[in-house]
Write a new protein. Structure first.
Length: 456
């Protein structure tokens, strides 16, 4: 009797051992709060060294699944029961489930933009132009609002001209853009441009993409922030946040004119500080001149970021973006006859100038102008003549030496005109500039001179 009981116990023990679970599913996860993307990492294992996991089946709890060992999944806000089922070479199967909580709010407007294909009029008056719109991202349905009061997606039977569109989706995301319809058989000029983020905070590089049958002779940019430029491809920095309507007007050699506009959206304003100080001539204050701030991240040939007048020996920059700069003081006549432009640190060379760190509103720097040495050519009366000054649309630069380069800056330091390889002693300029004060920079060989000009 006792022998039979022992045999039964032994049999049950062996059977229990043979049927014990040898594979165990498990995983962990992490959440990217900026995109609501969850990364799942497999932690499954087997207790039998000869048994290997051959398949992973993920149920992400939102109606989708995956079969990789490690997976990623993007969710909207909510709670999801995620399960992982593994299978091994010995046909062992195990399932592990865990709850994933998504409570982050991501930007529903990310990736929402509008593009279009434009078909020009075949001939003037045909009214057979068209604009075919494509909306990417966003949540349908979309609402369309055109500048001609149309509320449909695509426009047909169009005449030549500019058509602007605002598209709004279900999440109240909005996108603005404009399209130019031309005339294929007799197009004379059509302004157009693109823009991209530049190499400094909130600065954008604008690229002219205008077309014309004649040569384009003038470019006039209005950046929507009281700054302008006449360069073909300018750069502009936007200090404040908001939507800025930028327009480009071109003029051709055959008197054709065209304007194109687009909107630049600035999400975050730049932190700015004030910079002030005094400029001395020997022990006296400089009567008048110009103070300029150059970014220390660029070379000596890069235009100044900011430019203000020196009055009664004092200068004041009200809004300077956080960063490192080099400060230059440029005297007006008569002091410019005997004293040269001088950097912070009382240095005359850009490479030797001290770096000015702007990180608070307590920045105050004084500069002592350095005298012109005997080996340096003085700017004598008649050496450089600008007439008329003030001017309306045209002025002439006359010099005893050949002029290589002419640049014009606005009072805020924006480069609005540049002409290289002039190589003449008389240079005439016809400019379409807004009224105001500008800084003229003239390069002759290794010498650089500055003059103020006034546009009436």
């Amino acid at each position: 009797m006792f022998k039979k009981i022992n045999i039964l116990i032994f049999f049950l023990t062996i059977t229990g051992y043979l049927t014990a679970q040898t594979c165990h599913a498990n995983f962990t996860y992490s959440v990217d709060t900026t995109t609501n993307t969850v990364s799942f990492t497999d932690l499954s294992y087997t207790t039998d060294s000869s048994d290997f996991i051959t398949s992973w089946l993920w149920d992400f709890g939102d109606g989708t699944s995956g079969s990789q060992q490690n997976e990623t999944q993007t969710y909207v806000n909510g709670t999801y029961n995620v399960c992982l089922t593994i299978t091994t070479t010995d046909s062992c199967s195990s399932t592990f489930c865990d709850s994933v909580f998504i409570t982050n709010s991501i930007n529903p407007c990310a990736g929402f933009y509008v593009t279009g294909i434009v078909s020009n009029e075949s001939v003037s008056g045909a009214n057979d132009g068209a604009i075919d719109i494509t909306v990417s991202g966003g949540t349908q349905p979309f609402n369309y609002s055109w500048s001609d009061s149309s509320t449909i997606e695509d426009l047909l039977n169009l005449s030549a001209g500019q058509y602007c569109l605002t598209v709004t989706d279900l999440d109240a995301c909005s996108y603005d853009t404009c399209f130019q319809v031309g005339i294929d058989s007799m197009i004379q000029c059509q302004a157009d441009f693109s823009f991209s983020a530049g190499d400094c905070p909130n600065c954008f590089d604008f690229t002219d993409q205008s077309t014309a049958t004649g040569a384009i002779t003038d470019w006039f940019w209005d950046f929507g922030n009281s700054n302008y430029s006449t360069l073909q491809n300018p750069q502009q920095t936007f200090l404040d946040s908001g939507a800025f309507v930028v327009s480009l007007t071109i003029t051709t050699s055959d008197s054709c004119s065209s304007t194109f506009t687009d909107t630049v959206y600035i999400i975050q304003s730049i932190q700015t500080f004030s910079v002030s100080g005094q400029v001395f001539v020997d022990t006296a204050l400089l009567s008048s001149g110009t103070a300029e701030l150059f970014s220390n991240n660029f070379s000596e040939t890069h235009p100044p970021f900011y430019s203000v007048q020196i009055q009664n020996g004092s200068y004041f920059f009200p809004e300077v973006a956080l960063g490192n700069y080099k400060l230059l003081a440029v005297p007006d006549a008569p002091e410019s006859n005997n004293f040269q432009a001088t950097f912070f640190g009382d240095k005359t060379a850009y490479g030797d100038a001290f770096v000015l760190a702007v990180y608070s509103n307590l920045v105050s720097v004084d500069i002592h102008l350095q005298p012109i040495s005997n080996g340096m050519e003085k700017i004598k009366n008649g050496h450089i003549k600008i007439s008329p000054n003030p001017f309306v649309n045209r002025f002439v630069i006359e010099s005893q030496n050949q002029i290589q380069t002419v640049q014009i800056y606005s009072i805020t330091g924006q480069l609005v005109f540049e002409k290289n390889n002039i190589n003449t002693t008389v240079f005439s300029l016809q400019l379409n500039l807004p009224k105001g004060l500008f800084l003229l920079k003239i390069q002759q060989g290794q010498s650089v001179y500055f003059r103020k000009i006034i546009k009436n």
